[in-house]
Design a binder for this molecule. Structure first.
Ligand code: TYD
Ligand code: MG
Length: 459
C-alpha cells in the first residue's frame, strides 16, 4: 500500500499544509498546525442501509436529580457542584507541581474510605512513589487500588475486571492508545485516550477524574480538545511561592461554574480553608498607607482580600508599573481616570500593585479598592482598618454599582469590619433584587471617585 500523504491542518483557520511549520502561512497563528488523518481515509458519506429511528421524548418529564458521591472535602465537593456525578468525566488541569496528584489522592482516599471502589492509575509515578506519598499524607490505610500503567488497552482491561466506581487517570498526557501512531502527549493520542476512557465511563457508569497538564500559555495541552469532551473542567491554580491553592470550576454540566475551593499546601498535603477571607487578611498592620480591603465575590462566595499599592518616586525615564494578581490594563485605566477626574498625577512615580496572598482578581468591582489604595499611598493617609471597599469605576469617574452587595457586606460584617465604601446605587439595586436585609455596617455611598478623594483630605 502506498504511504499515506501526511496532512497538516491549522486548528485556527483550517488551512491545509503539506508540512508542519511553527506558524500558519494563511492566518499567521503560531503553534496551531496539527497533523491529521488524511481526508481520503475517512469514509465519504454513510453506507447504504436504513437507520433505527431515535425514540423522541418531551422536554418535560420525570427525572430525578443525579445522585452524587461526596468526598467529605467540602471545598472539592462544592466546586464540582455538590459531589461527583456517577458516569461523569472530570478534567483537572494545572501547572506541573501545583498539587493535582496530591489533591486527587486525598479525594479518592476519602471516597474509598466511605466504601466507593476507587482505582488510581498513574503514568507518571511508580507505585512505590505513590505509596510513599500516601504514607506521608497518612492515607496508607485507605482501601484504594493503585496501578502504574500508560497503555490504555491494559487500563481498560483492568477497569473491566475491577468494576470500580471512580477512576483517576494521572495524567492523560502520559497515556497512549497502541493503534494511534504518535507519541504520548500529542493531540491525537490525548484525544484518542480520553475518548476511550470517557466512552467506557459513560457505558459502565463509573466517574473518571482525568489530570491534564497545562501549557505555558495556560491551555490544557491538546488544543482544548479535552475541555469539550468532559463534563466538568476544574483548574487547580496558585502561586508556587504561596501556600494557597485554588480549585476553580470553569465548565460544569452538573452545576454552576465560577465556584472555587480554597486549599492550603502543607507538609501533610492539602488542607481545606473554609474561611479564606480570614486567611488572606491575617497579620494586617495598623497605620500603613496603601492597603485597601476589597470585598470580592468568587462565584457565590464572598472573599475579602487586601489590595496593596505603593507609589514611589521614580528615577526611570519611563516609570515602572508592576501588577501582581490584577490586570495591568485595568490599573492603567484606573490611574488615567484618577488623573483626568481627580487631578492626581502619576508622572515621575513608580506604581506597584499587589493582591495579597497570591489571589488573582478578575472582577471589575475591585476598581474602587485599587483607586483607594493608590490615593492612600500617594497621600500617605491610611484607609481606616475596619473599612471594606467595592465598586466599579467608569471612564467618566462614576462609581458604578456591582452585583451581590449584600453578600459582600455580610461577609465583611462577619469578619469584624464596621465600614463599607461602596457605590451609591447598590443599596437601591439590592432592594430591587428583592433582598431588604439591612446591614450593620456604616455605609458611605460614593457617586464619583472624587468623593473618595475627599475621604483622604481629613475625615
Ligand atoms: P503534586 O501533587 O505532585 O503536583 P502535580 O501532580 O500537580 O504535578 O505536588 C507536588 C508538590 O507538592 C511538590 O512541589 C511538593 C508539594 N507537596 C507538599 O508540599 N506537601 C505534601 O504533603 C505533598 C504530598 C506535596
Ligand atoms: Mg502529578
Amino acid at each position: 500500500m502506498a504511504k499515506q500523504q501526511d496532512r497538516f491542518v491549522c486548528q485556527a483557520c483550517g488551512a491545509v499544509q503539506s508540512k508542519w511549520s511553527g506558524r500558519c502561512d494563511a492566518c499567521g497563528e503560531w503553534n496551531s498546525i496539527v497533523e491529521e488523518i488524511p481526508l481520503d481515509s475517512i469514509p465519504k458519506g454513510l453506507k447504504a442501509g436504513k437507520g433505527k429511528a431515535v425514540e423522541l421524548v418531551d422536554l418535560k418529564g420525570e427525572s430525578k436529580s443525579p445522585p452524587r458521591w461526596t468526598s467529605g472535602m467540602t471545598e472539592f465537593d462544592r466546586t464540582c457542584g455538590g459531589g461527583i456525578v456517577p458516569g461523569s468525566a472530570i478534567l483537572i488541569g494545572g501547572d506541573p507541581g501545583i498539587g493535582k496528584s496530591t489533591v486527587l489522592l486525598q479525594i479518592v482516599a476519602a471516597l474509598a474510605t466511605q466504601g466507593r471502589k476507587c482505582l488510581y492509575i498513574s503514568g507518571e509515578e511508580a507505585v512505590a512513589q505513590i505509596r510513599l506519598r500516601a504514607a506521608r499524607l497518612d492515607l496508607e490505610d485507605a482501601p484504594l487500588k493503585l496501578g502504574a500503567e500508560t497503555n490504555l488497552r491494559n487500563i481498560l482491561a483492568s477497569i473491566n475486571d475491577e468494576e470500580p466506581d471512580i477512576v483517576v487517570i494521572d495524567s492523560i498526557q502520559t497515556m497512549f492508545v497502541d493503534n494511534v501512531e504518535s507519541a504520548p502527549g500529542s493531540v491525537s493520542q490525548v484525544r484518542a485516550s480520553a475518548q476511550e476512557i470517557i466512552r467506557l465511563a459513560k457505558r459502565k457508569g463509573f466517574a473518571v477524574l482525568i489530570v491534564g497538564h497545562v501549557t505555558k500559555d495556560g491551555q490544557i495541552a491538546g488544543p482544548r480538545v479535552l475541555e469539550h469532551m468532559v463534563d466538568t473542567v476544574l483548574y487547580f491554580e496558585g502561586d508556587r511561592g504561596h501556600q494557597f491553592r485554588i480549585l476553580r470550576a470553569v465548565k460544569n454540566r452538573f452545576g454552576g461554574t465560577d465556584e472555587i475551593g480554597v486549599f492550603e499546601m502543607s507538609d501533610q498535603g492539602l488542607h481545606e480553608v473554609p474561611n479564606p477571607s480570614a486567611l488572606f487578611l491575617t497579620n494586617r498592620s495598623d497605620d500603613v498607607s496603601g492597603a485597601a480591603v476589597f470585598a470580592g465575590m468568587e462565584g457565590s462566595r464572598p472573599i475579602l482580600v487586601e489590595i496593596q499599592a505603593l507609589v514611589s518616586p521614580s528615577s526611570l525615564a519611563t516609570p515602572r508599573r508592576a501588577v501582581v494578581g490584577w490586570d495591568s490594563g485595568r490599573l492603567a485605566m484606573v490611574m488615567a481616570v484618577l488623573e483626568a477626574r481627580c487631578g492626581m498625577s502619576f508622572a515621575g512615580v513608580d506604581v506597584y500593585l499587589n493582591v495579597a496572598g497570591g489571589m488573582r482578581i478578575v472582577e471589575p468591582a475591585a476598581d474602587l479598592a485599587v483607586a483607594a489604595a493608590l490615593m492612600s499611598s500617594i497621600s500617605d493617609i491610611p484607609i481606616p482598618q475596619q473599612a471594606v471597599l467595592f465598586g466599579e469605576i467608569s471612564l467618566a469617574g462614576e462609581v458604578r454599582p456591582v452585583a451581590q452587595s449584600n453578600a459582600r457586606l455580610k461577609e465583611a460584617g462577619k469578619l469584624g469590619f464596621t465600614k463599607a465604601w461602596m457605590p451609591a446605587l447598590s443599596q437601591h439595586l439590592a432592594n430591587k433584587e428583592g433582598s431588604t436585609q439591612k446591614t450593620s455596617l456604616d455605609v458611605f455611598e460614593l457617586d464619583k471617585v472624587g468623593d473618595l478623594r475627599l475621604r483622604f483630605a481629613g475625615d
